[in-house]
Design a protein around this ligand. Structure first.
Ligand code: ADP
Ligand code: TRP
Length: 332
């Protein structure tokens, strides 16, 4: 059976991009594969959260995963820092990751631009830790959004380099995966980029937002002056709104608005109102379930413990073999 690994950093609440880019695939994959889904709390240390914030964010994401339907019986749902073997393998893999290739990673270059005063070594070696998350379970498939493609490429490079160095075929080559075929990119509300936690307060639609906030964010989304000619090409802003609609609205509703766009009768206010309504229909029940799960500390604790046990069993097996391969052999 194929093995699957994926994780999300607990740096805020989950948004529609996280759901459609990652978690929706997790839900389907847990039914048919050997899955490891985790909360990447070590990764989130690059942004220096306070201990209280870190703990709260991990708790929230755990509750969100569970409320969205991840089942601790069907998959290994765990917290990254509960598996010390990950940190151990990270130490080893760092020895074969080169400064030049790490500096060339798009995510590192972006951080150097956006957070000049916090360019720490953890950011530089982020792709090594991410590779380790995947390699420690010898994963074949990694469900992620389009923005993670380069990290997956680096994971394959690091795994292959290890194999080559020690003349083994120990690590398989993991591939990015999405049930839709193409990796998903959910647009944000404020511009042409992807929906993201770091895109400002009005960019992302969070599952934790209440109805009013979500409605307001969508009604404020950027539009243009409207189509001036039949079948005019869409601007990025309008295309984004239709992309979002494809995630939450019925096909016939989308068709109606597409026709109105084509014949220039569309009113963007109506389009956004419909999008807001359909988004809320999708989000509200999940949000209520998140609240219930987050209050159930017993369930959270049982889930995290079960996940930790499953993840460690797999990680310990890998790390013991890695130690042998590297040459750390016991004298006692
Ligand atoms: P953010 O960009 O908000 O910080 P993360 O980087 O924590 O989100 O992403 C966690 C997972 O969700 C990754 O698999 C990522 O590819 C996916 N993801 C995040 N934003 C989007 C998006 N807008 N479209 C598709 N997938 C996304
Ligand atoms: N880098 C991913 C992100 O920023 C999160 C992540 C960490 C991840 N480790 C992973 C995703 C391993 C998939 C597999 O979204």
């Amino acid at each position: 059976m194929k093995t699957v690994v994926s994780g999300i950093r607990p740096t805020g609440n989950l948004h529609l991009g996280n759901y459609f880019g990652a978690v929706k695939n997790f839900l389907q994959m847990q039914e048919e594969y050997n899955c490891y889904f985790f909360i990447a709390d070590i990764h989130s240390l690059t942004t220096h959260p306070t201990p209280a914030d870190l703990h709260q964010s991990v708790k929230t994401v755990l509750a969100e995963y569970l409320a969205m339907g991840l089942d601790p019986e069907k998959c290994a749902l765990f917290i990254q820092s509960d598996v010390p073997e990950i940190s151990e393998l990270y130490t080893y893999m760092n020895m074969n990751a080169y400064l030049g290739e790490l500096e060339r990673s798009a995510s590192f270059k972006e951080k150097v631009q956006t957070q000049r005063n916090n360019v720490n070594a953890g950011l530089l070696t982020y792709p090594v830790l991410m590779a380790v998350d995947i390699l420690i379970h010898k994963a074949d498939l990694v469900p992620v959004g389009k923005d993670q493609e380069q990290h997956l490429e680096m994971t394959r490079t690091f795994g292959n380099r290890f194999n080559h160095m020690y003349n083994t075929n120990f690590f398989p080559e993991p591939q990015a995966f999405s049930f839709t075929g193409d990796l998903v990119k959910v647009p944000g509300l404020t511009g042409s980029g992807k929906m993201s936690k770091s895109g400002g307060a009005n960019d992302a639609i969070f599952f934790s937002d209440d109805d009013k906030v979500t409605h307001k964010k969508i009604m404020r989304a950027k539009t243009d002056e409207g189509p001036k000619a039949m079948n005019q090409e869409m601007s990025t802003e309008i295309n984004n709104l239709f992309d979002l609609m494809h995630l939450v609205s019925e096909q016939d509703v989308i068709e109606t608005f597409r026709k109105q766009y084509a014949d220039c009768t569309i009113r963007y206010g109506d389009l956004k109102k419909q999008l807001a309504e359909d988004t809320l229909k999708f989000i509200a029940p999940v949000r209520e379930r998140i609240k219930e799960v987050e209050a159930d500390t017993e369930y959270l604790s049982r889930a995290a413990k079960t996940g930790m046990e499953k993840a460690r069993e797999s990680a310990i097996k890998t790390i013991e073999e890695v130690r042998q391969i590297i040459g750390f052999r016991k004298f006692y």
